[in-house]
Design a protein around this ligand. Structure first.
Ligand code: DC
Length: 222
């Protein structure tokens, strides 16, 4: 039986940084489900389809072949045979992914891929609906959040480090819009699972958050 850790929360809460660290300490696989939704959004943008046009997105997503491979321990997302890791972290793809991920057909396709990975591997999986919909029987569920300002600053630092030109106020506005869409959509909205543990990381260091999760994991094993 595999051990599954689910980490959900809004954009910029620190999920991927923490999930990667925890997974590497435990020698588990880190599954970044947001990257799969981003790859799908990239496909839709490449087809010239409006990400808000749910009907067209539902039709087109059937032809997108999305898969995951681990290369030197790093998760790589393949879209129709191409490793698209370097193309999915832009603001345009973020906004599009938040729209295309509201479509039922998109979710159905990616959720089954995520469930297959978790069934055959020990995983730390992060996203928006892992504890509520993808892995409702996960062994440990964390709902990670932080204030809107702190989350925007983290995203801003990430983007400027990559040389992207952006403004903090603009990022904060986009993050709040994205939260609103992710939390209020009909299909698997972002919400804390009843049995998830809430962690507000606004004033915590990465190491503090990671060791809190590792301690919770050890408790669960006893
Ligand atoms: O975690 P992220 O920023 O890479 O996610 C990008 C978008 O994908 C996010 O706005 C919502 C969507 N998403 C989702 O709907 N369900 C998930 N499990 C993960 C991401």
């Amino acid at each position: 039986m595999s051990f599954n850790i689910a980490i959900d929360g809004p954009a910029g809460a620190g999920k991927s940084t923490i999930a990667k660290k925890v997974a590497s300490q435990l020698k588990y696989i880190y599954v970044d489900t947001g990257a799969m939704y981003r790859a799908m959004a990239l496909y839709i943008l490449g087809k010239g389809i409006d990400p808000a046009d749910s009907e067209e997105v539902a039709k087109a997503c059937a032809d997108a072949d999305i898969s995951i491979k681990y290369i030197d321990g790093t998760q790589c997302v393949f879209l129709n045979g191409e490793n698209v890791n370097d193309k999915i972290r832009t603001n345009e793809v973020s906004a599009a992914a938040s729209k295309t991920s509201t479509v039922k057909e998109v979710r159905r396709k990616l959720v089954s891929l995520q469930q297959e990975l978790a069934a055959s591997n020990d995983v730390v999986m992060d996203g928006r609906d892992i504890g509520t919909a993808v892995l409702p029987n996960a062994d440990l569920k964390i709902y990670m959040t932080a204030s809107g300002r702190v989350r925007a600053k983290r995203r801003y630092d990430e983007l400027t480090a990559k040389g992207e030109d952006c403004r903090l106020s603009e990022i904060e506005k986009e993050i709040l819009e994205r939260d609103n869409r992710d939390m209020n959509r009909e299909e698997s909205p972002l919400k804390q699972a009843e049995d998830a543990i809430l962690l507000d990381t606004s004033d915590m260091t990465i190491d503090e958050v990671a060791s809190t999760i590792l301690a919770l994991k050890s408790e669960r094993e006893v």
